[in-house]
Ligand binder design. Structure first.
Ligand code: AGP
Length: 605
């Protein structure tokens, strides 16, 4: 959840460090800092708030030096203030860290007994002091190795040394770390996105790896200190998707580019000439799949929940779903004929990555449905199905959620066809309808002005409720999550049928209740749940794919999305709830792309 950058160069590095930190700010933005080596001294500067605050400090007091590290923080240990900001330095070493050191208190006590004093409340400062102590006996590389052996928990580290002005040492365990290559410059970064403006040649450290960078060379070591080689990837150039263009923020850009997202995703998988889906290299033969287990966090989990309904409807495969942070600690009965599917936009979510690791340890087949194909989860999966959504910068996931659902639907269709759980004529019909999605999304986006009117109903409300059944239940959950994470208003997502089992008590005069009711087998039942809400004074905002004169004094607002078929309804019903959360947050003046307390990639537990 923090961002790390390191640069070893033949020219001053502070400007490139700042520019890279700006690209990393989506990972965490409580505070920022950098340290460069200048005139044989560690020159550390840091501040609370955004990178632009650090930039102002550098304008007044420039940081010289051709080697340095930088950091944007999402606080885990210690409040977001200047002292707790990274880097954490002594006179001879400076460290930036992403992750959580689980035994930091125990190590801190040992160091304090030795007479060392701490300035901050962070776990990272323990690393700094351990390396400082080790440097009394060892060289930098050995000092880092001896320190890492004492650490429990996760880390991605960038480390510089006063007395070794040419090297940056990086180390990775559980939190992602990448290396970039350019002429007379080498880079260390939390992810390739931060390095893309300087290079498209990237290597990735794996857990236990360590690297030593100079401006001319990079050496890699495994956890046994054995020298290893790392593959250099040539990254695709996503320049167009990493800028806002004419949009006021990334989230609105990513919502409105969803017709393209859907088109790209569908075109990647559907062969219109062969009228078939281009998915072949299954890790388990489709007819031999005993069970599918779908795992993710947050919005990615909601796409798993939608997919469960699809697999149940179209295949005879038993399907289970789980939240990754629960899955990873369960006492699971693994089966070699189960296919474990991990859904993740970033591919770096710690809980999802750990859940995947658990499956690999149990030697079962894994698949990842992913946006970042160079990510840890992608590289550790037996089988990768990219969503081709391009970099998603807004912390609230929109186009990636859409892409996840589309790929899960395509996978479900392919498995259903391969197992002959559906007939070819139905398969062809589903494929034809799927191709109508991009235009249907384009039409749906035209309801924005109605959604803007709806948004006003939330500003003074003490909360809200999102209700759905079947395919719409996960969309109700996603709508509540979007509203919470963007506008900081309390919102509940519930199966409509559950209301009488308790949540109805929340309904009071004027409470906004968003009822998501496509014209499917649940429609009438959802309408009767809606009546229960109206009878208690709830203010209904109605979202459907069925135009019916429902708008009266009780149904305050209604929007209708195009109808393609019941299976595809969750994909289209997602658009109104994304727009609703966006406009409520806009009315409230919240930060759209970087909401408080959140980060785009949760790389710690
Ligand atoms: C999305 O709006 C949320 N910010 C969050 O729930 C996110 O979906 C979750 O953290 C999983 O992230 P991932 O898809 O990168 O694994």
């Amino acid at each position: 959840m923090c961002g790390i950058i390191g640069i070893a160069s033949n020219k001053p590095v502070s400007i490139n460090i700042i520019n890279s930190l700006k690209k990393l700010e989506y990972r965490g933005y409580d505070s920022a800092g950098l340290a460069t080596l200048n005139n044989n001294k560690i020159d550390e500067k840091k501040c609370t708030g955004r990178v632009e605050e650090l930039e102002k400090i550098l304008f007044k007091s420039p940081s010289e030096g051709n080697l340095g590290i930088g950091h944007v923080r999402w606080a885990t240990h210690g409040v977001p203030n200047e002292i707790n900001a990274h880097p954490h330095s002594t006179e001879i070493v400076s460290v930036v860290h992403n992750g959580i050191i689980e035994n930091s208190d125990e190590l801190k006590k040992k160091l304090e007994i030795k007479g060392l004093r701490f300035k901050s409340q962070t776990d990272t400062e323990v690393i700094t002091l351990l390396i400082t102590e080790a440097l009394k006996k060892y060289d930098p590389l050995e000092s880092v190795f001896s320190t890492l052996k004492q650490l429990k928990g996760s880390f991605a580290l960038g480390i510089i040394f006063k007395d070794n002005k040419n090297i940056i040492i990086g180390a990775r365990r559980g939190s992602p770390l990448a290396v970039g290559y350019a002429q007379d410059e080498k880079y260390l970064g939390s992810d390739s996105y931060a390095l893309k403006s300087m290079t498209n040649k990237i290597s990735y450290l794996d857990d236990g790896d360590l690297c030593v960078l100079t401006k001319d060379n990079v050496e890699f070591y495994d956890e046994k200190k054995k020298k290893i080689n790392k593959k250099i990837y040539n990254l695709s150039d996503d320049k167009n998707t990493s800028e806002k263009g004419d949009y006021k923020n990334f989230m609105s850009k990513e919502i409105f580019e969803q017709p393209i997202t859907a088109k790209n995703c569908i075109n990647e998988y559907i062969d219109s000439l062969k009228k078939d889906i281009n998915i072949y290299n299954f890790p388990i033969q489709p007819n031999n799949i005993n069970k599918i287990v779908l795992v993710g966090c947050g919005t990615a989990y909601h796409s798993c929940l939608v997919a469960k309904y699809w697999f149940e409807e179209l295949t005879n495969i038993d399907v289970d779903i789980d939240i990754a942070s629960e899955f990873r600690y369960r006492k699971l009965k693994f089966n070699s004929q189960n296919l474990y599917i991990f859904v993740s936009q970033s591919g770096e979510t710690a809980d999802t990555a750990a859940a995947l690791d658990l499956c690999k340890k149990n030697k079962v087949k894994t698949c990842s449905i992913i946006n970042s194909v160079e990510s840890t989860i992608a590289r550790n999966s037996d089988w990768v199905l990219p969503i081709h959504a391009g970099p998603e910068i807004g912390v609230a996931s929109t186009k990636a959620f859409l892409g996840q659902m589309i790929v899960l639907y395509i996978l479900c269709l392919k498995l259903a066809k391969s197992r002959q759980d559906i007939e070819d004529k139905d398969y062809q019909l589903f494929l034809e309808r799927l191709k109508l999605i991009p235009d249907a999304i384009k039409k749906t986006l035209k309801i924005e002005s109605s959604i803007q009117s709806m948004a006003k109903e939330f500003i003074d409300a003490k909360g809200s409720m999102f209700l759905g059944r079947g395919y719409s239940f996960p969309i109700a959950l996603e709508g509540a999550l979007k509203l919470k994470e963007l506008s900081y208003l309390h919102a509940e997502g519930y199966p409509a049928g559950e209301m009488k089992h308790g949540p109805l008590a929340l309904i009071e005069e004027g409470l906004p209740v968003i009822v998501i009711a496509p014209k499917d087998k649940y429609y009438e039942k959802t309408l009767s749940n809606m009546q229960e809400v109206i009878a208690r004074g709830g203010k209904i905002l109605f979202i459907s794919d069925y135009k019916k004169e429902l708008i009266n004094e009780n149904v305050r607002f209604g929007v209708t999305v195009p109808f393609l078929d019941n299976l595809l309804s969750p994909i289209l019903l997602t658009i109104p709830i994304q727009l609703l959360a966006y406009h409520v947050a806009l009315l409230k003046g919240c930060d759209i792309d970087k909401p408080r307390n959140l980060a785009k990639s949760v790389t710690v537990e």
